[in-house]
Design a protein around this ligand. Structure first.
Ligand code: F6P
Length: 544
């Protein structure tokens, strides 16, 4: 069966049975762990608190198995042009193929990936030795600034922050992404231009924000170098697939990107150069090896044990059968604070689609939920009230660590007990009767009113990931598992997870509006816009 032409099943019988079952009953079945808890290397996935029983999971798994997912998966790994709207292969897995037991990408791709890694290694090692001049860069680097946006920022930012324990000494990493001039201005004020190396990351080399910020930094360093462009170029490495545009721009070194790697899947390429500068090339290769372990797992494991397939099954159930509209990702690991925003792009830019790629027809079911979240326990003291007692059910994803890098055992045990407690509380809840028994004073009416407010309906699903520890390897594996979950959902929902046409319209209109803000004297030039936009432009002009 080709899932892309068949509507999703409603799994009616299972949905009906489970609608009458509370998670409180389901999670108390100790045998669930046999099917709902699975390990891949350093990562334990626990979906025992999803609102599925074994029969329902089997029904979803068997459905998935009948959709041709293995052939679709292999087509991706082998470099078939599965991104049809852009006629491109999808080969981010080739970027870590060197560490895979089953490299499947075409030989020419593997060769150019290996060469690019070697090129990056030379730059990183030279800079780490304080010998940047030997590779055409400045000699001593104290600060590396990554300028990029979307996939050219979020992945490197996540990994650099997550792996702080592994940072080489003497080099600080910075990320400049938004076009809000305050960020560029403040960063320049905090840096010494003499020892600042900038990595300008843009696959297209056509992104307004990145080129503008790159230009601001180039002007700043050019001024420091008293107009010497050759000296200034030594402060810049560019990463792009648009070599012609980069050559015109004037960076001393250019690292490649390729059409077959989407921005949000690109941290494994030279887009991740800032990661390599932060943790060294050995660490970067460990990150790739972790991702390769997840790739091999995804390629060789049957659905029942396959973590990305199980994640996709749970999400499909929540989104398409239970009708939930968002999912909250809560890392109980400060170092993973950037994970929710990274996943927002990975999942929402990939799966925020509504038509089938070859027929152009509307898909029949809902696609991506809103992905959001922030670190625990902080989140508990902010919005968890709504997750426990609000009217919407929001599935959660908790991420914890077994062995942190610090020795503060009490902190870690408090942190993890909170993670486990939230998962338990959300699923078990507290019944009205339990709450009433706790309400000792007042009239019967008052006790009942209080008990109603202190009742937790529970029955709210969640997933737990436990990482043995946070290392380049485990981080690489975790991110790659999410990438493959995205692949699975794109396949099951019948959409192209690898293009992003939905971001284009706003970019075009922003370019049309810009001159009317830059040139506020000529009121006539705003006639082309809708009345709401005109009204706001006028209001801004009046207050300048
Ligand atoms: O606008 C969306 C997007 O194209 C993302 O897909 C991409 O990650 C980001 O912009 C940055 O693009 P680039 O690397 O080409 O500057």
């Amino acid at each position: 069966m080709d899932s892309k032409h068949a509507p999703l099943p409603s799994f009616e019988e299972h949905a009906r049975r489970l609608a009458g079952t509370n998670l409180r009953a389901l999670v108390n079945d100790a045998s669930r762990g046999d099917r709902f808890r699975r390990r891949m290397g350093p990562i334990l996935l626990d979906i025992t608190r999803q609102k599925l029983d074994v029969a329902a999971l089997d029904a979803v798994g068997q459905y998935i198995d009948g959709t041709g997912w293995k052939a679709a998966r292999d087509a991706m790994f082998e470099g078939k042009h599965i991104n049809t709207s852009e006629d491109r292969a999808v080969l981010h897995t080739a970027l870590r193929g060197g560490a895979s037991r089953h490299p499947a990408a075409p030989a020419d791709v593997r060769k150019e990936v290996a060469e690019a890694l070697d090129q990056m290694e030379k730059l990183v090692n030279a800079v780490h030795k304080g010998e940047g001049e030997s590779v055409g860069l400045i000699g001593r680097v104290t600060d590396v600034v990554n300028i990029g946006i979307g996939g050219s920022d979020l992945g490197p930012r996540l990994a650099v922050h997550a792996l702080e324990q592994f940072h080489v000494k003497g080099i600080k990493s910075h990320f400049l992404t938004n076009v809000d001039g305050q960020a560029a201005y403040d960063l320049m004020n905090s840096l010494d231009p003499a020892h600042t190396l900038v990595i300008l990351v843009s696959k297209s080399f056509n992104t307004q924000e990145t080129l503008l910020n790159g230009g601001v930094f180039r002007d700043w360093i050019l001024k420091f170098n008293k107009g010497d462009t050759a000296k200034t170029a030594k402060h810049f490495i560019a990463v792009s697939s648009n070599v012609d545009a980069v050559n015109k721009w004037g960076a001393a070194q250019v690292l490649p990107m390729w059409d077959y790697v989407g921005g949000r899947f690109s941290l494994w390429s030279a887009v991740g150069a800032s990661i390599a500068f932060a943790i060294g090339m050995n660490g970067f290769r460990d990150l790739l090896a972790g991702a390769a372990e997840a790739d091999d797992h995804f390629r060789t494991t049957e659905w029942k044990d396959n973590l990305p397939v199980l994640l996709a099954a749970a999400e499909l159930w929540n989104r398409n059968i239970l009708g939930t509209t968002s999912r909250a990702v809560i890392p109980y690991v400060d170092y993973l604070a950037d994970l929710p925003s990274y996943l927002q792009q990975l999942e929402m830019e990939s799966l925020g689609k509504h038509v089938h790629p070859t027929t152009g027809k509307e898909v029949t079911g809902s696609t991506v939920p809103v992905v959001w979240g922030s670190i625990g326990t902080n989140a508990q003291h902010a919005y968890f009230q709504a997750l426990h007692q609000g009217t919407d059910v929001v599935p959660l994803e908790f991420i914890g660590l077994v062995k942190p890098a610090h020795p503060l055992r009490e902190n870690q045990d408090v942190l993890t007990s909170n993670l486990l407690a939230q998962a338990a509380a959300l699923s078990l809840g507290k019944t009205f009767e339990e709450a009433l028994a706790e309400a000792k004073t007042g009239t019967e009416e008052e006790r009942r009113a209080l008990a109603a407010q202190r009742t937790f309906k529970g029955n709210r699903p969640s997933t737990v990931f436990m990482l043995d520890s946070l290392t380049p390897h485990s981080l690489g594996a975790l991110i790659a598992l999410y990438e493959h979950k995205v692949f699975m959902l794109g396949h099951l929902w019948g959409i192209n997870a690898f293009d992003q046409w939905g971001v284009e319209l706003g970019k075009v209109i922003a370019k049309q509006i810009y001159p009317s803000l830059a040139n506020d004297k000529d009121a006539g030039d705003i006639a082309q816009f809708d009345a709401a936009t005109r009204g706001l432009i006028e209001a801004i002009r009046e207050r300048r």
